[in-house]
Design a protein around this ligand. Structure first.
Ligand SMILES: [Zn+2]
Length: 371
């Protein structure tokens, strides 16, 4: 299984100049190699392969060209071009009308890759061959063997390192314990154990700031420098919210995976259409998708199982006796007139969800509220 880690980099002025130089050299090579393919085909009727062009690159390097950029990074440029040609021909064959691979103008080549070697992660520094040791913000520990390292610049001029690691697949364990997770109305999630997890306070604060920044932006004149500034502000806030949210969701998913072998989620793709489309809800749905994604990848590493179930009626049904107890969104408590069960409505739903996930399984030890 592959995992990608994205870390912000803080290069010095000198390192940044070197990063730009690398991007420009790669872009230059990409365009040259593209022109060569085009030319070889149009003039001589020859199709160039990756191997042909890699050999040409070696010859160029011997002549002293493309200095200052690690050789495998350059080879990766040729591999990228090869990939886009292969995709192009595949689509032609399929009867589509794809665009011919394009030349990259200035600013349109945004990343380069160390495919195997030439980089080293050491504490809070990432050392790149021909560039130097760059300080990074490492917000997560890197697990597994690092396969590739891609350096990327975003539209705000910030630099990132994307490390892809490989972890051997863990064989699945036979689940002995199970937990159900429901989207809460007020909280982020409700668990079948009776626990609810709230959004951290900063989450709400960030959202408010974003709403203000977006309103500011909408009032700025089109094409003005103030509008450009306001746009950057909104983009920065978006990024900040995203990284805060991911950090929080990583913590929550760790807790969930630690708590049981079988984890059952509501499948929002099925039941989502029943929910209202209020903005807050939209944000929550997005967080929900990320949470499931994080939980799935952590569970896979631990050999645990994640299941998504159709959660329609789970908030109405009594988790103890099974009768329908209609509720409005305002009803916070599930109170069953048949069996007398009284509990948080979301916890009741989480219990129904875990029951759905357990159908046809031998596992009977359910994480239930201790009351
Ligand atoms: Zn009941």
């Amino acid at each position: 299984m592959n995992t990608a880690y994205k870390f912000r980099m803080y290069p010095t002025k000198q390192q940044e100049a070197q990063l730009y130089l690398t991007l420009e050299t790669c872009r230059h090579l990409y365009n040259l190699a593209l022109a060569d393919r085009k030319n070889a085909y149009e003039v001589e009727g020859i199709s160039r392969s990756y191997e042909d062009q890699a050999a040409m690159l070696t010859a160029e390097k011997k002549e002293g060209n493309f200095k200052g950029v690690f050789s495998q990074v350059l080879q990766d440029v040729l591999r990228r071009l090869d990939k886009s040609f292969k995709a192009f021909f595949r689509r032609v064959k399929a009867g589509e009308k794809p665009g011919y691979p394009r030349f990259k103008g200035q600013g349109w080549y945004k990343s380069f890759t160390y495919p195997q070697v030439g980089f080293k992660l050491d504490g809070l520094k990432l050392t790149l061959s021909k560039i130097g040791s760059i300080r990074i913000f490492k917000h997560r520990e890197v697990e597994g063997r690092i396969k590739t390292c891609t350096i990327k610049k975003d539209h705000l001029g910030r630099w990132y390192a994307i490390l892809v690691t490989e972890i051997e697949d863990v064989s699945q364990i036979e689940p002995k314990t199970a937990i159900g997770v429901d989207v809460g109305l007020k909280s982020l999630v409700a668990l079948s154990t009776g626990k609810t997890i709230q959004y951290p306070k900063y989450y709400i604060k960030d959202e408010t700031k974003l709403a203000v920044a977006q309103r500011d932006l909408s009032r700025k004149k089109k094409g003005s420098s103030n509008r450009r500034k306001a746009k950057i502000k909104v983009a920065r806030l978006h990024q900040k919210i995203q990284s805060h949210r991911d950090e929080f969701l990583h913590q929550v998913s760790s807790k969930i995976v630690d708590s049981a072998d079988l984890i059952v989620f509501e499948n929002l793709n099925i039941s989502g259409m029943l929910k209202n489309h209020h903005l807050a809800k939209h944000i929550q749905d997005h967080a929900w998708g990320r949470l499931i994604q994080f939980t799935q990848s952590k569970a896979a590493k631990a050999g645990k199982v994640v299941e998504l179930v159709d959660a329609r009626y789970t908030s109405q049904k009594c988790s103890q006796c099974g009768i329908m107890v209609p509720k409005t969104l305002a009803d916070r408590t599930h109170l069953c007139p048949n069996c007398g069960l009284e509990m948080d409505r979301d916890v009741n739903a989480a219990l129904n969800i875990v029951t759905l996930g357990l159908r046809g399984r031998a596992c009977r030890e359910i994480g239930t509220p201790t009351q």
